[in-house]
Design a binder for this molecule. Structure first.
Ligand code: ASP
Ligand code: MG
Length: 433
């Protein structure tokens, strides 16, 4: 019988592309895994492809065929992780420890057949378990699985996070450590809010809402999977030993905070249709046409009509702008609207917190803070645990900072790298567009 007497924990450790970008970094990862094993843990590694490999493979494929077959594309992309997994296994062996690499199929990751965004159905982790029992450090290729026909699938960009959570579930790991170039989840992006604090812990719901509002620490699918199967995630830095942020079920002390964090997203654009006759069915026409053209609308605002004429605005990802424009130009004469315009320089700033549910006055406080900072609100949307406002792109940093202060999130120490003023950051962000 297997005894866990001397074992401290069963850990899955996932390393992203930057953490395995070079031979030196792969050595660093191997060193870390070996140290964890020496400390008495059982460890399984999950890796992403080295550096920008996935982007490079995508570029190669598109240079050959602008519309590559999905099956071949997944087969190609899955090779990136197979390079890093074998190199990491070799690096561990070079340190005198036993390691064995596994593709998605070998690790028992079974998915549906939706190439490029496959969903995991089952994890048959027997081989990983056996390798652990035999004293190996198993190294699993992230981002990939196998469909019912035996074809290779991939799990969507950033999908190695999901692999790590799935393997954690499959083997019943105590924790799923996700190593990256950031050291955890912050109350706001420290690059624009210098008083942002690293959170010790955050609940699944808040993490999901922050991710969907623009915080890019973890792949959302991974957090959804973790919530469903109660896998504890520890998001931490690959370049230090500091504790990061635990993502787990809500605890009473987490719920004391009204607002957990603030996210911003500058990837959306706003389209306004002007001079729209305020008659039944107009909104249905506009938004059915947009949906039919695969435009993902986010916020929608319709003004009160004056003399039967109104304006309708919506926001959508910049990636959908071309399609949105085509659609609006087509429906404009159909609905008898006058004109439309596009505002590409906007930002969505969201405050998120499960605690909001039981605390009235959040909106009032947020609007007052923005008003005092002379920030004009262009659109508003809410969910039970989120309040989002659209503001002028140049005011992104100012909006995040004033909300951060208003909701008592400011830390006493200032994040070293961010000594820039809100104006300087606005100028930088403008340039980056
Ligand atoms: N290599 C894949 C990507 O770049 C998966 C991952 O990094 O998690 O999206
Ligand atoms: Mg990644």
């Amino acid at each position: 019988m297997r005894t866990r007497k001397s074992i401290m924990s069963l850990i899955v450790a996932k390393f992203g592309g930057t953490s395995v970008a070079s031979p030196e970094r792969i050595q660093m990862v191997a060193k870390r895994l070996v140290a964890s094993k020496q400390a008495g843990n059982e460890v399984v590694a999950v890796v992403s492809a080295m550096g920008k490999t996935t982007d490079e493979l995508l570029g190669l494929a598109r240079a050959i065929n602008p519309d590559p077959p999905a099956r071949e594309m997944d087969r190609l992309l899955s090779t990136g992780e197979q390079v890093s997994m074998t190199l990491l296994a070799m690096a561990i062996e070079a340190r005198g420890f036993k390691a064995m690499s596994f593709t998605g199929r070998q690790a028992g990751i079974e998915t549906d057949g939706m190439h490029a965004k496959a969903k995991i159905h089952e994890v048959h982790a027997e081989r990983i378990r056996e390798a652990l029992d035999a004293g190996f450090i198993p190294v699993v290729a992230g981002f990939q699985g196998i469909d019912p026909h035996g074809d290779i699938t991939t799990l969507g960009r950033g999908g190695s996070d999901t692999t790590a959570v799935a393997i954690s579930w499959g083997i019943g790991a105590d924790v799923c450590e996700i190593y990256s170039d950031v050291d955890g989840v912050y109350t706001a992006d420290p690059r624009i809010a210098p008083r942002a604090r690293k959170l010790d812990a955050i609940c699944y719901d808040d993490m999901l809402e922050l991710s969907s509002a623009g915080a890019g620490v973890l792949q959302m699918r991974a957090v959804e999977f973790a919530r469903k199967y109660q896998v504890i995630i520890h998001s931490r830095s690959a370049f230090s030993d500091a504790t990061g942020t635990y993502i787990k079920e809500a605890t009473p002390e987490m719920e004391e905070a009204v607002i957990t964090g603030i996210a911003h997203d500058t990837s959306e654009v706003k389209v306004t249709i002007r001079g729209v006759p305020d008659t039944t069915g107009v909104a249905a026409k506009v938004f059915s046409a947009l949906a039919g053209n695969m435009v993902n609308t986010d916020m929608i605002i319709q003004n009160i009509s004056e003399a039967g004429i109104t304006d309708i605005s919506f926001t959508c990802p910049s990636a959908d702008l071309k399609r949105a424009q085509e659609t609006v130009e087509r429906v404009l004469p159909e609905i008898g609207a006058r004109e439309y315009d596009i505002d590409e320089d906007i930002a969505k700033v969201s405050i998120v917190g499960t605690g909001m549910k039981s605390s009235p006055g959040v909106a009032a406080k947020a609007f007052s803070a923005l008003g005092e900072s002379q920030i004009n609100i262009l659109a508003i949307s809410t969910s039970p645990i989120r309040l989002s406002v659209v503001v002028d792109g140049a005011q992104t940093a100012a909006a995040v900072r004033c909300l951060h202060t208003a909701f008592g999130l400011d830390s006493d120490c200032i994040f070293e790298e961010t000594q820039l003023s809100a104006e300087e950051i606005a100028a930088k962000m403008q340039k980056g567009r």
